[in-house]
Design a protein around this ligand. Sequence first.
Ligand code: IPE
Ligand code: IPE
Ligand code: MG
Length: 250
Amino acid sequence: MSGGESKLLPRHVGIIMDGNGRWAKQRGLPRTEGHKAGVAVFERICEYAADLGVPALTFYAFSTENWVRSAEEVAGIMELFRCQLQKAHRRAAENEAKRWRIRYIGDLEPGGPVPADIIDLLRDMERKAMDKDRTVVNIAVNYGGRQEILRAARRLAVLAQSNAIAPAELCEQDLEDGLYTAGQPPLDLIIRPSGEQRLSNFMLWQSAYAELWFSDVLWPDFTEQHFDAALAAFVRRGRRFGATGEDEKG
Ligand code: IPE
Ligand code: IPE
Ligand code: MG
């Protein structure tokens, strides 16, 4: 794939970073080692996609359902977030990490299950990485699509209760305005490695017309070539959005 702006590039790519545990198991390593390897791949793919000029990316890092894992694994993942954020802060201080705008999405309210020091670090990181002209990188932590929609619905209920909005006049845009990704393009492409073919509660609203690309590769083995393959598949898809497809290419 060549770089630069292209009409053929998806406007927003979602990536479900799955398969870390199986990757570690294959090597006789603890699961946390798989997550560590996954973080390195996240950095590479983020860099690559931003260089290609993809306007928005969302990486699914930890779901609202992932808390059911062993305390040891959850603590290991939280520690990785912590280390990763501290590293990113050091880079930002050296003025290297301002190549994109970072947003953390998910239930990150103080008092919730995500440790408070991590919330402070990530909110601070959002303030440091604010280049609005570049790629937006959303990192989904304690994220669930249903939780996000419920949160947006609550916001509308509050507005309706205070008579700021009439229920009969509510439109899709009103709900969308309450999503974490408000103002961003809808997902054009979702990439899921690891062989699973499901969304696992990832961006249920934003994925309404997303093209889905699945691969058996485990996330720690995912490379730029896999990303290219997903983009190439995306270009070949005939998107119809409910129409007949008579104008469709190929
Ligand atoms: C994805 O890898 C990372 C998280 C969900 C936090 P997994 O840990 O789910 O890896 P597998 O699916 O067990 O291989
Ligand atoms: C989805 O992976 C969540 C993330 C990648 C963060 P899971 O491994 O949690 O999904 P399921 O349980 O296989 O559906
Ligand atoms: Mg998994």
